[in-house]
Design a protein around this ligand. Structure first.
Ligand code: SAM
Length: 298
């Protein structure tokens, strides 16, 4: 059972008072906006599609608005929070529960070491280490959202489902298709390894303080057949070079990746029936992978 909190997660007034009484300030730098809409919390929980108790990694729990939902529904939560004041509150509220564990610090700096640490209770896990969670979830800080998602994907740490709330514009970049203005190296990374779905928007009024932007909830699930699974990091580096300058052709962008590979490109483009002045932004992840592997074989 979770303890009743001393404030309501639905009441900005009570949250403000609680923060003041604990001498805690909100930090813009860490993108702190609390989800104060109970219906939205339930909707987000449903998006996780968990039909039995499981292990959830929560990135950026804040004061625990979603953590409390997850614990109440019987899940085990490992929460990663950068703000030391919020971490103190989370320990106060949930620290005594066996199902709750807190990893304090920047997720980008803590998660890989944490994932490699054997579990304290010696529990059997699917990996030799902490084990892959069943879900990764987060109402992510807007400024770090894409870096956090890219880090997980590039390290191929992909549980059966990830659900993230991000700025609407960031969601468009995650799900962008070839030829659209939002399509980038990051979109290729996401769709190379995951099936991406845009689930629903969350208006600013669901948060306190209200952000100036609309949020979108995205879900990412591992693709049955990922693109370039054998060369994840090198393929990502190739794709980043391919997109380095949107004004340049693929050939000119690849000169900085490998001048000799760029020399081999024209004949590969001919074999693939692609124009010699093709730009990366019009190529699917599969086509980019075909080109990458053909260049490797030259
Ligand atoms: N989940 C809470 C909610 O929905 O009410 C808070 C969400 S708030 C948008 C983002 C949270 O992420 C804040 O608690 C912030 O301190 C935390 N955060 C920001 N950057 C972080 C990072 N690099 N690693 C871990 N937590 C981070």
């Amino acid at each position: 059972m979770t303890k009743p909190t001393v404030f309501s997660y639905d009441s900005p007034g009570q949250i403000k008072q609680f923060l003041e009484s604990h001498e805690l300030a909100m930090s813009k730098r860490f993108g702190q906006n609390f989800l104060v809409d109970r219906n939205m919390r339930e909707k987000l929980y449903s998006a996780l599609e968990m039909d039995k108790p499981g292990l959830v990694w929560e990135i950026g729990p804040g004061l625990g608005a979603m953590t409390s939902v997850l614990l109440q529904k019987g899940h085990r939560v490992i929460a990663f929070e950068i703000d030391h004041g919020f971490a103190r509150v989370l320990r106060e509220l949930y620290g005594e529960l066996g199902e709750f564990e807190l990893v304090e610090g920047d997720f980008l700096k803590t998660w890989t070491d944490f994932a490699k640490t054997p579990p304290e209770n010696g529990a059997e896990t699917c990996d030799a280490v902490q084990g892959m969670p069943d879900r990764i979830f987060g109402n992510l800080p807007y400024s770090a959202a894409l870096a956090i998602i890219a880090d997980l994907l590039e390290n191929e740490f992909i549980p059966p489902k990830m659900v993230f709330t991000v700025q609407k514009e960031a969601a468009a970049r995650i799900a962008a298709k070839p030829g659209s203005k939002d399509y980038s190296a990051f979109s290729v990374l996401c769709s190379s390894v995951c099936t991406v779905r845009l689930l629903f928007d969350i208006g600013a009024s669901a948060f306190w303080p209200q952000p100036r932007v609309t949020s979108t909830v995205v879900s990412l699930a591992p693709r049955a057949t990922p693109v370039a699974p054998t060369a994840r990091r090198e393929f990502s580096r190739f794709v980043r070079c391919a997109f380095a300058s949107r004004r340049k052709t693929l050939h000119n962008n690849l000169l900085s990746w490998s001048p000799s590979a760029a020399r081999g490109l024209p004949s590969i483009l001919t074999q693939l029936n692609l124009p010699s002045a093709v730009r990366a932004e019009s190529l699917t992840p599969e086509q980019l992978a075909q080109i990458y592997f053909a260049l490797q074989a030259e």
